[in-house]
Design a protein around this ligand. Structure first.
Ligand code: ADP
Ligand code: G6P
Length: 468
């Protein structure tokens, strides 16, 4: 088995099994993917240093070896808060209204990618497979090539890929995409994002896309494919049996005193549709006064990217909305929305999911959405809850037995909440059984193995007549 060198912006390993730590789909998935695979996870420590040195901090925690570097304040500003989270993240989530285009961000992005390349280089041995993750590091593969790395290098994008019509609003878009064509394999969450990428490559760059989705470029063949990410099913189900999960379940159940629970678990991000979700719940309460005292929405939303203005804004909006809705519908002994800004250890989360009658997962746009899959994995097969899922989450392509909604339609989501609350147990079981099969069969191990197999097995097919 080849060693894996996994590279991502954020490296986040819990100190011990069951501890709080990783949040965000990438960190949760990579922890699971690396635990049973030889290799190193390289990236930013999340820490700031006055002057960049490239010093590698090597550690082993909870079965995963990590190598991290610290970044300078200017790097964090221009690369992480700037190009990654004020330019690419909103653009990739179809929010060009929030996308900022600033030349300094672009320069910072390239500088930090070059720093990543220099720092990781000494760790790479000839037989290693190099696997780069996400929008922070799109040009890293080409920079490694410039430094002479001949290993197979793959990229997996955890976010959506936007339609070409939107992508062309990015200055130097062609330069960014050309740099990606130095990878051997480019993976997307779904066929939809893959299709947008191939459409761009075909229409904007005039490249040949073969029937199998591969691309011929500069005499090389690049494999572009969808690899839908999954949850660590085994860990999640085992965690669900733990004392911590049972305590969390009992605690939540006791506190709601017989009321039905709707649960949302999301980083506090504008892509998650939290404002629309709260409004839909508000509409449900207003339209169903007889039900209002019988339901509680538990929204767990740890703050994210707090140095970026659009994230400060969404946080303020939600605080205001929660205040309004609770003010309008609360009673002396009852508050309809429990809004909690903190993270929880995964086992407790499993207990909360299981205690919830409805999983409310309504992003406006999401590469995949692991919360939807975690909710399914955590349910009791005899008395499962109902998943309400946005049609705009990548997961909607697999989880077709969820109640799918358009999160922009407040009425539709409100009516769907009603339908879910009234759904007979036989229908709940029938739907859950199918959802569970998909979550179990296409788990994170399957995702890792499929990607690694493709990267490892990829032959350097030389393209047509242009081959050297
Ligand atoms: P994203 O990657 O955009 O954050 P996902 O739904 O794909 O969205 O992944 C989010 C991951 O972060 C899930 O595994 C979820 O359990 C975890 N997570 C989110 N909020 C919390 C929280 N408050 N406590 C613990 N884990 C959380
Ligand atoms: C999403 C992104 C990840 C990112 C995570 C948390 O899952 O795809 O790349 O790590 O959100 O965001 P943060 O900015 O805190 O790393």
């Amino acid at each position: 088995m080849s060693r894996l060198i996994v590279i991502s912006n954020r490296v986040s390993v819990p100190k011990a099994a069951g501890a709080a730590g990783a949040q965000g789909g990438l960190a949760v998935a990579l922890n699971s993917a690396l635990r049973e695979h030889r290799g190193i996870w390289f990236g930013w420590s999340g820490q700031e240093t006055e002057e960049f040195t490239g010093h590698l901090d090597m550690q082993r925690n909870n079965g995963v070896t990590t190598a991290t570097i610290d970044l300078e304040p200017q790097d964090i500003d221009e690369y992480y808060n700037g190009y990654a989270n004020r330019t690419l993240w909103p653009l990739f989530h179809y929010r060009i209204d929030l996308t900022e285009y600033d030349r300094n961000f672009g320069e910072g992005y390239e500088r930090v990618n070059a720093r990543f390349a220099d720092s990781v280089l000494p760790l790479i041995e000839p037989d290693d497979l190099v696997w780069v993750h996400d929008y922070h590091l799109l040009p890293l593969g080409s920079m490694l090539r410039q430094k002479g790395v001949k290993n197979r290098i793959g990229l997996f994008l955890h976010t959506p890929w936007p339609p070409a019509r939107l992508l062309v609003s990015l200055p130097f878009h062609e330069r960014l995409v050309s740099s990606m064509l130095e990878y051997d394999v480019i993976g997307f969450q779904t066929a939809e994002w893959l299709g947008s990428f191939l459409h761009y490559v075909d229409k904007e760059m005039g490249l040949d896309v073969n029937e199998d989705g591969s691309i011929d470029y500069n005499g090389r063949r690049i494999v572009a494919r969808a690899f839908p990410i999954g949850v660590d099913y085994k860990e999640f189900v085992e965690g669900g049996q733990s004392e911590e999960a049972k305590d969390a379940y009992d605690h939540l159940k006791a506190s709601v005193r017989g009321r039905k629970v709707l649960i949302g678990v999301d980083r506090l991000d504008y892509s998650k549709g939290l404002g629309e979700r709260f409004e839909s719940f508000n509409r449900f309460l207003a339209d169903n006064p007889d039900q209002a005292a019988n339901v509680v929405l538990l929204q767990i939303a740890p703050p994210s990217r707090g140095d970026v203005a659009s994230y400060q804004q969404i946080r303020e909006d939600l605080e205001r909305k929660t205040g309004h809705i609770n003010g309008a519908h609360a009673d002396v002994a009852f508050v309809p929305i429990r809004y909690v800004n903190r993270g929880y250890p995964r086992r407790q989360l499993a207990g909360f999911y299981r205690a919830a009658d409805i999983g409310l997962v309504t992003p406006l746009r999401d590469g995949m959405n692991l919360v939807a899959k975690e909710y399914v994995a955590a349910q009791d097969a005899e008395d499962p809850g109902v998943l309400i899922l946005s049609q705009f989450a990548g997961a909607a392509l697999q989880l077709t037995d969820a109640l799918q909604v358009n999160p922009h339609s407040i009425e539709h989501v409100s009516e769907t909440i009603k339908r879910a609350l009234e759904m007979p147990v036989a229908e709940r079981r029938r739907r859950h059984e199918k959802l569970l099969a998909s979550v179990r069969d296409e788990d994170v191990v399957h995702w890792r193995d499929e990607f690694v197999k493709t990267l490892f097995g990829k032959q350097d097919v030389e393209a047509g007549e242009t081959a050297a």
